[in-house]
Design a protein around this ligand. Sequence first.
Ligand SMILES: [Zn+2]
Length: 296
Amino acid sequence: MKLFHSLIAAALLVSQPTLAHDHSELPEFKQQQLSDNLYMLTGKGGNLALSTGADGLLLIDDDYFDMSDKTRAAVKAISAEPVKFLINTHWHFDHTGGNKMLGETGTIIVAHDNVRQRLLTGGTIEAFNAKISPAAKPALPVVTFADSVSFHWNDETIDVTHPSNSAHTDGDAVVFFKNDNVLHTGDLYFNNIYPFIDASSGGSMLGVIEAVTLLLSDIDDETRVIPGHGALSNKAELVQYRDMLQSVYARVLKLKTSGKTVEQVIAAKPSASFDAQWGGGFLKPDVWVGIIYSAI
Ligand SMILES: [Zn+2]
């Protein structure tokens, strides 16, 4: 395991600056209007979506804690109305960091049952050796669901669905804006970046593949897809991503079930044919293969 641990340590060194609380390093939000009532916002962490209109603001995800002021400002730049609802796509801190700021100002936070549970107790994200403290009360979801919940809001039907009990985590939600034909996938989809799969939060690689396959059956060629991380996308690119995951899953599974250690599997470079397209993100190929070995 020594090699794997040193790879993870190397990955952590790379990611350290993003954990620093130095506001001078924080990026500005980029805003993309997807319809009269719907915006995509990209800051430092996971992508946000904001629904606006006569009923008020509904937000999907809220970046890192240290981005809270910028998240508030980015929303205000679109509308001065308060955020009535926030939906968390899962519990990770690059998607829920603004919960406290929003909860303190009266936003109703909605998430899968397991998101509330994990935020309540805190825990460890083992791949990054990140210890997460229990969340403050205002940061906790107050409305939770097991399978799905729908919002009838701003002349939209907004379907929030838990696609699998074990995918990116055990508490994932995807959000489909039916009239606008826009899907927010949460971290089931990283666009052009190898995806993190959090086995220590109940995630599994097969679960991600199955959940993405399910999503593909619900969308069409016109659907705009907001990934958890990366640029706005579409069905054709999501198909490519699913196919890449399937190929690498099959290769790693074969090596792992033949008794190879994580170091041997990494050395076999099972993702090599995909590294040029997908390996330039925050998870480099060797680290990623180590992570998915643990999620199989
Ligand atoms: Zn995540």
